[in-house]
Ligand binder design. Structure first.
Ligand SMILES: [Zn+2]
Length: 179
């Protein structure tokens, strides 16, 4: 029996989520060089998020979405080992680790939804989309990013942190068997 790839595809969507609180004044004093990083882009003159890594909530949501596709979880034990044992704090490295397990899956589209009272993200949206596209080998029109203020309803809406969701769409060739 010979396995052949048909010209048909299997499609899948997967979701990822993440949230971080903003660093306290004491934490900022301890780490004055710490910056707010969103989608691998440094947003200047803003309060950084707290975390062992760079706390890039967008790349963490994306990493979780890729794990949702592959079934191989990276955030948690694996990223903690990379961060605490190897000193890797760049979340793009955790994303690269998750992407290694994509195998036949081809990413088609990434859709991000962010809830945060601050900072105002609209001036940064296209820069972030382009950088995430670069990190994933997509074009920026395959990356969508919306941001809402949260209307002071949740901790994120009250300005205590940032929450992000990411949905990935992907396809892989359907394998059929020929006798
Ligand atoms: Zn995170």
């Amino acid at each position: 029996m010979e396995m052949i790839h048909s010209d048909r595809y299997q499609y899948c969507q997967a979701i990822g989520q993440d949230s971080h609180r903003f660093a306290s004044q004491a934490e900022q004093k301890k780490q004055p060089e710490r910056k707010l990083v969103l989608g691998g882009v440094v947003i200047p003159d803003t309060c950084p998020l707290a975390g062992n890594s760079d706390a890039d909530v967008l790349l963490h949501a994306l990493t979780n979405a890729v794990s949702g596709l592959t079934g191989v979880n990276i955030l948690g034990k694996k990223a903690d080992d990379m961060c605490l044992k190897q000193g890797i704090t760049d979340s793009a490295c955790y994303l690269a680790e998750a992407v290694k397990y994509l195998d036949q899956w081809e990413l088609l589209h990434l859709s991000f939804a962010v809830e945060a009272k601050k900072p105002r993200l609209s001036p940064w949206i296209d820069v972030i989309r382009e950088n995430i596209a670069r990190l994933t080998g997509l074009t920026s029109d395959q990356v969508g990013l919306t941001a809402t203020s949260g209307e002071e309803l949740t901790a994120f809406g009250k300005g205590k942190g940032i929450m992000a969701f990411c949905v990935v769409s992907a396809r892989k060739p359907e394998i059929s068997s020929k006798r």
